[in-house]
Ligand binder design. Structure first.
Ligand code: NOJ
Ligand code: NOJ
Length: 482
């Protein structure tokens, strides 16, 4: 049949109208999202983060005290208690306890910690393949015996840090009974904190798998956390009269510092992730956002690889440049923040298919960058001055500053808080921090839920849904921002 030309035209017009209507329909929520000020979205998102995080703590179908990494049971199956993820999550509960107002809420969240501590003690006592170095447990608390990258020694360090954090709080509130349940000062090895301290203090010299469960060697992230655990453990031991132990932990921390220094690569101009890496030949730039995570989570506020360390600033800049370049969703955007991944050579996209250029940006890494910038803003504010050096100048020049301000930054100058430029720098740091949360908001689901990864090309949420760490990461970022 021959169609009259005009009906064909009509069809095209109809098609066009449909297309316009459709694109309006899909861009409408995006538009609505953009309209809302970031602070208001963050405020709403916090409720989602708390709710979804709680949902994965002692969830139905798991033992009391277990923390699921994500409710996802396949592609990927994250229905496990990962020692690392759980510790990072429960540390946020400890922070929350400081600000909780109602006795009911306090009781609920204290119980969560008690359950977590008891569950962790069972994990420690179970016959797991690598003992305390075991990265994950089944949700019923039995050891996971399948093939896996083990041991991962950041686990016991993180768990000790969380429980030591809680112990400090209990101590300051004279909650003796609860404190004794997690730390036995007469026989430390018989308590959850003491057992982790024994492990950390005797295993930091050994190589292990990294937090991404892939590379084998000595990792900046793992070592920074081991150091923090040793120092916090030394403090508690000292206060409990275990002077010898305290001294031992302190000395081990000192020796460990020498090893951590080895990650700085002056030739490359950044802190490299792993020393003596014995596998993964394709992972060779040494750039990895876990260095920033290590700086944040391993922060002992004594200046050691502190956020404002020039070497850390350079590393952050190098990471941003790499991730801006490799992820299509970061291209052609004028936005201040970008989507950040684990490391440039990453091949894991949440499925079994491992291929180059498969790796995606991660929500938790992008949140960490936001936290990093907010932390810098408040640390420099407290310090009251910013000293510009040959190493950190490119970092400060890269901030979202007015052109004149950027041009006036000179090596050798110290900008004091009486100078208006100081305030410009602080607000640029804050702006940058917000920029990363703008990115998180752009790709989060419209109901505020978040999966592990952001597809590097489409920006869609992919891999494990409702990753617990995303929500804990959101809360860490929120603390730093406030
Ligand atoms: C699962 C791990 O959780 C992930 O971090 C890793 O990239 C893949 N396995 C591949 O080893
Ligand atoms: C994969 C990540 O690489 C690892 O760090 C994490 O512990 C697990 N997923 C579980 O979330």
């Amino acid at each position: 049949m021959i169609r009259p030309a005009f009906s064909c035209r009509k069809k095209i017009i109809q098609k066009k109208a449909l297309l316009i209507a459709f694109s309006l329909f899909i861009s409408a929520p995006v538009f609505a999202k953009r309209q809302e000020p970031l602070s208001s979205w963050l405020y709403r998102e916090k409720t989602v983060a708390v709710k979804r995080m709680f949902a994965n703590i002692s969830p139905k179908g798991g033992a009391v005290g277990a923390v699921a990494a994500s409710p996802s049971r396949k592609n990927p199956n994250y229905w496990y208690h990962w020692v690392r993820d759980a510790a990072i999550t429960m540390n946020e509960i400890v922070y929350r306890l400081d600000g909780i107002e109602t006795p009911e809420e306090r009781q609920i969240e204290t119980q969560m910690l008690k359950n977590y501590a008891a569950f962790s003690r069972l994990n420690q006592k179970s016959k797991a393949k690598t003992g305390l170095g075991e990265p994950k447990f089944n949700m019923n608390g039995t050891p996971f015996n399948g093939a896996w990258a083990r041991p991962q020694n950041d686990g016991p360090a993180l768990r000790a840090i969380t429980l030591l954090h809680w112990a400090r709080q209990l101590k300051s509130q004279s909650h003796k009974k609860e404190l004794n349940a997690i730390y036995n000062s007469k026989a430390p090895q018989n308590s959850v904190i003491g057992a982790d301290m024994d492990y950390v203090s005797t295993h930091w010299k050994q190589p292990c798998y990294d937090l991404w469960e892939e590379s084998f060697g000595f990792h900046f992230f793992t070592q920074m956390l081991e150091r923090k655990a040793l120092l916090a453990g030394a403090k508690l031991s000292q206060e409990s009269g275990n002077f010898q132990r305290a001294l031992f932990y302190k000395n081990e921390a000192k020796s460990l510092e020498v090893e951590i220094e080895k990650h700085w690569n002056s030739g490359r101009g950044y802190i490299t992730v792993t020393v003596d890496q014995s596998n993964m030949r394709y992972k060779n730039s040494g750039l990895d956002s876990s260095v920033i995570l290590g700086v944040l989570m391993g922060n002992t506020r004594d200046g050691f690889f502190a956020p404002e360390d020039d070497r850390v600033l350079d590393t952050a800049l190098a990471l941003e440049n790499a991730f801006r370049r490799i992820y299509p969703i970061n291209h052609g955007r004028k936005s201040i923040g970008i989507a950040i991944g684990r490391y440039p050579e990453d091949r894991y996209n949440g499925t079994d298919v491992f291929a180059p250029d498969n790796g995606n940006p991660w929500v938790l890494s992008t949140e960490a960058f936001s936290q990093f910038y907010s932390t810098l803003a408040s640390d420099y504010s407290k310090k009251g001055l910013i000293a510009l050096t040959p190493r950190n100048l490119p970092f400060f020049k890269s901030l979202p500053l007015k052109r004149g301000d950027a041009a006036s930054l000179k090596v050798g100058e110290t900008i004091r808080n009486s100078d208006p430029l100081f305030q410009s720098l602080i607000s640029a740091l804050r702006k940058k921090g917000d920029g990363f949360m703008e990115v998180v908001r752009r790709y989060a689901n419209s109901d505020g839920t978040m999966s592990e990864q952001i597809d590097r090309k489409t920006g869609r949420m992919v891999s494990a849904a409702n990753l617990t760490w995303n929500y804990a990461g959101f809360l860490s970022q929120d603390r730093a921002r406030r």
